[in-house]
Design a protein around this ligand. Structure first.
Ligand code: MG
Ligand code: ZN
Length: 179
């Protein structure tokens, strides 16, 4: 099975320091929807692994998050792609959960759901914690230079073997060419 794991904010859509709290605030990054569609058309399954501490912070409800994800899925579908599943950590930084990245809990959930070894599965993120969680789960970490990506790149300290691309579209080009 060909599987790709994507962070959401700053990879698929514009991120905001004020969080994405409403469907109207969810705006796709240029090329990201088409990139997902290219994966889908090539037989890949695309899943999202996303920290959404805004839930724990009381900034938005699960109903609102579901509405945001309905918009995301609709726009991906219009582009000709599909999101297989969305895995969310709803906790805050002080909750001590196993699923908030940099912990690999969401990735382990994905491995269980699909009953696969994540070794070498590409995982794209724009923050260090995305790459750390991916690497801890055995995925191949890819840093995209959208969202927090430029800051993450500048700070350094990336997990060994992290690949860097300008955006999701160029990452997908690489995945498909190695496919
Ligand atoms: Mg992000
Ligand atoms: Zn969590």
């Amino acid at each position: 099975m060909k599987l790709a794991i994507l962070d959401r904010d700053g990879v698929i859509n514009h991120d905001s320091a004020e969080f994405i709290k409403h469907p109207d605030e969810w705006i796709a990054l240029p090329g990201s929807l088409d990139a997902i569609a290219r994966l889908s058309r090539s037989g890949w399954r695309v899943v999202i692994a996303s920290n959404q501490s805004g839930l724990a912070r009381g900034l938005f409800s699960m109903d609102t998050l579901n509405a945001i994800h309905a918009k995301l899925r609709r726009e991906v579908a219009v582009a000709g792609g599909a999101i297989d599943a969305i895995f969310v950590c709803p906790h805050g930084p002080d909750d001590g959960c196993a699923c908030r990245k940099p912990n690999p809990g969401l990735f382990h959930d994905i491995a269980r759901r699909y009953d696969i070894d994540l070794k070498g599965v590409p995982a794209a993120g724009d923050s260090l914690r995305d790459l750390q969680a991916a690497a801890a789960a055995g995925c191949a970490p890819w840093l995209v230079l959208t969202g927090n990506g430029p800051k993450t790149h500048e700070k350094g300290g990336l997990p060994a073997g992290t690949r860097v691309t300008a955006d999701l579209s160029l990452a997908v080009d690489a995945w498909l060419s190695e496919d």
